[in-house]
Design a protein around this ligand. Structure first.
Ligand code: X2X
Length: 336
């Protein structure tokens, strides 16, 4: 017969075990988030914001841990999408450019001079074309959740002010590892060289390349002017939206409530980051000017010369992106 004291001890042990189990199950599940840029940049801040919102709203069930500098793919940013698809990465806030080798529809945003302004970007991401692009991502085995923004990409170089395609003749320009960029800069008469972001700054420093293109936030935060890039042309030739996304198996393993929370927080963090990126733009440009960079703005006819010089890129790439998506984007942009 167990004594009342031993029963008491047993009860205490069981209670302790129960407590231990509940602490164990209550321990947060950690998901990795890949980004190319750190939280010194709006892009990295978008991922940190997402992590913060998840922390607040997941009742301690989920924690997002951000891995910047494309470190989960050893700096090779064009492998990020595949790594997320295969499960090496749980979640990512990624660039449409870096994912475009695996998802051709994402090249829509890189079509030179296709998106005239921020309203057009919002019309596309929030419109019919945006839905089609999310379906294209889904078809490639990754779950898209929301949009962010790296921004309109501007051209810088160490040699000359650029206001006509002929100024680019023979200039070595670092481009991202997406084939469309090779075509755009070749059409402009430049000499494009593909390399990762990790390799770009050293290449600019040594003069292995003469120029590069990136949004103002990247130029400003990375102090690209300090590696000799004294000439900046504002040509808004393409926009680079960011996509918040999840590995499909990870997504499937979450409860419906968790999925809803993760999607809502992605959309919220994205909206927050898009607004911030845009608000900071004017201040960044002023700071860049103050550091001695010559900033060239294009008038209508100069802009038109660049549009005409890159028309062949549309001929090649619209069929690869999908005529229907490009048409939908046109309708989204033109809608009142
Ligand atoms: O590599 C770049 O230029 C960057 C940081 O903008 C992207 O990842 C697309």
């Amino acid at each position: 017969m167990p004594t009342s004291r031993s029963l008491g001890r047993l009860a205490a042990t069981l209670a302790g075990a129960a407590l231990l189990t509940s602490t164990l199950t209550a321990q947060a599940r950690e998901l990795s988030v890949s980004t190319v840029l750190s939280d010194a940049f709006p892009w990295g801040q978008a991922a940190e914001k997402w992590a913060e919102l998840v922390e607040e709203r997941s009742d301690g069930e989920l924690t997002l841990r951000v891995y910047p500098n494309a470190q989960l793919v050893s700096g090779d940013q064009t492998r990020e999408f595949s790594a997320m698809r295969s499960g090496l990465i749980d979640l990512a806030v990624g660039s449409t450019i870096n994912w475009s080798p695996q998802v051709p529809a994402l090249n829509l945003f890189s079509l030179p001079f296709f998106l005239p302004d921020e309203d057009a970007v919002d019309a596309v991401t929030g419109g019919e074309a945006g839905d089609m692009i999310f379906s294209a991502i889904e078809d490639k085995g990754v779950v898209p959740l929301g949009w962010g923004e790296n921004g309109f990409r501007q051209l810088s170089n160490s040699r000359t002010d650029i206001d006509a395609p002929s100024d680019l003749e023979g200039l070595k320009i670092r481009v991202v590892g997406s084939p469309l960029f090779q075509d755009t800069f070749t059409a402009l008469g430049a000499n494009p060289t593909q390399m990762s972001w990790a390799d770009a700054k050293p290449a600019l420093t040594t003069g292995a390349v003469d120029g590069q293109e990136n949004p103002l936030s990247v130029f400003d935060v990375a102090r690209i002017d300090q590696v000799g890039q004294a000439h900046l042309t504002l040509w808004n030739y393409m926009n680079d939206p960011l996509v918040f996304a999840a590995n499909r198996q990870v997504w499937g393993s979450l409860s419906e409530e968790q999925q809803q929370m993760l999607r809502e927080t992605a959309v919220e963090a994205g909206a927050w980051e898009i607004a911030k990126t845009r608000e900071e733009q004017a201040g960044r440009l002023a700071a860049i000017r103050e550091r001695g960079v010559t900033v060239t703005e294009l008038d209508e006819s100069q802009y038109q010369a660049f549009v005409e010089a890159t028309e062949s890129v549309h001929d090649t790439w619209v069929p690869r992106i999908g005529e229907e998506i490009v048409e939908a984007a046109r309708r989204d942009i033109d809608a009142p």
